[in-house]
Design a protein around this ligand. Structure first.
Ligand code: ADP
Length: 273
């Protein structure tokens, strides 16, 4: 089985003030996934399955940060306001998921939408409960589950609710479902020694084996509510520690997603031990 992530930076205009889809990327990548599935001879078989995880981008971050989802709060009034914020965020990321599922289905891919807020619970922002039986069952039947960054309830009384990023979902799904490959498509060529969007002289690190490789990383820039690149790598290092390799590739580059799904090596960063 393969787990593929489509970053919020790819399928949405991430820095847009209002939720905006990146239609061009979405249409192209949907086609690439379809032709990869043809090539991989995707059948009704769990082992040949594919799970797609997508980020929230401009459909999630503006609301999650406006309503401070996952931040401690005290008074009862705040909770009432936060609940509206939770509901609003849930609604927007669900809309995004619908658009993505529609685009994939138009290519003939039998997608099924999986909504984290309906079955995932966190404690201190980490997933502690999520029954994956349903996902396994869909895979066994040849469906392609599409799961996404969402808001969820949190057991920690001081925060009560949290954002679960696509990257944390990748971590949890991979630990429990043990995929053969984990591929993350984002809007840069991989992990660099510093943020390549801010530093033109940044150099790509083709293999990350420990968080120490990132010491020189500029962690103060490009931080979103889910932790940006640093948060992503932390999730993936945990997987590498239990023998699950992952690769970060540039999904903005034509055919990279397709090639990576088909097992071809494309420019990017591998996270392994
Ligand atoms: P996605 O939405 O695709 O999951 P994120 O926006 O969370 O991706 O993370 C990708 C972004 O991380 C890039 O657009 C880049 O600006 C930023 N970034 C910060 N530091 C680095 C780094 N050292 N190497 C690569 N990207 C970095």
């Amino acid at each position: 089985m393969i787990i593929l992530k489509l970053g919020g930076s790819i399928i949405t205009e991430k820095d847009a003030k209002i939720p905006t889809i990146n239609d061009k990327n979405l249409a192209r990548i949907s086609k690439e996934i379809k032709s990869a599935l043809n090539h991989l001879d995707h059948t009704n078989d769990y082992n040949n399955g594919l799970i797609i995880v997508h980020g929230a981008g401009s459909f999630g971050h503006p609301f999650a940060s406006e309503y401070q989802i996952g931040k401690p709060f005290k008074i009862e009034e705040d909770f009432e306001k936060k609940k509206i914020g939770f509901s609003l965020t849930q609604s927007w990321v669900k809309k995004l998921n619908t658009v993505i599922c529609d685009a994939l289905r138009e290519e003939g891919i039998p997608v099924v939408s999986i909504q984290p807020s309906s079955f995932v619970i966190t404690k201190n922002k980490r997933i502690i409960s999520a029954n994956l039986d349903i996902i396994e069952k869909y895979l066994e039947n040849g469906f392609i589950p599409v799961i996404y960054g969402d808001v969820v309830l949190d057991r920690e009384e001081t925060i009560k609710m949290a954002v679960v990023s696509g990257d944390q979902l990748i971590n949890y799904l991979a630990k429990h479902l043990k995929p053969e490959r984990v591929i993350l498509g984002t809007d840069v060529d991989g992990v660099f020694n510093k943020n390549p969007k801010k530093h033109p002289d940044a150099k790509i690190i083709t293999e990350v084996t420990s968080l120490d490789d990132l010491e020189s990383m500029d962690s103060t820039t490009n931080i979103d509510v889910t932790g940006g690149m640093i948060g992503k790598i932390k999730e993936l290092i945990e997987l590498a520690e239990i023998g699950i390799e992952s690769e970060i590739i540039n999904a903005e580059k034509e055919s990279f997603v397709e090639k990576a799904l088909c097992g071809e090596i494309v420019l990017g960063t591998t996270i392994k031990m």
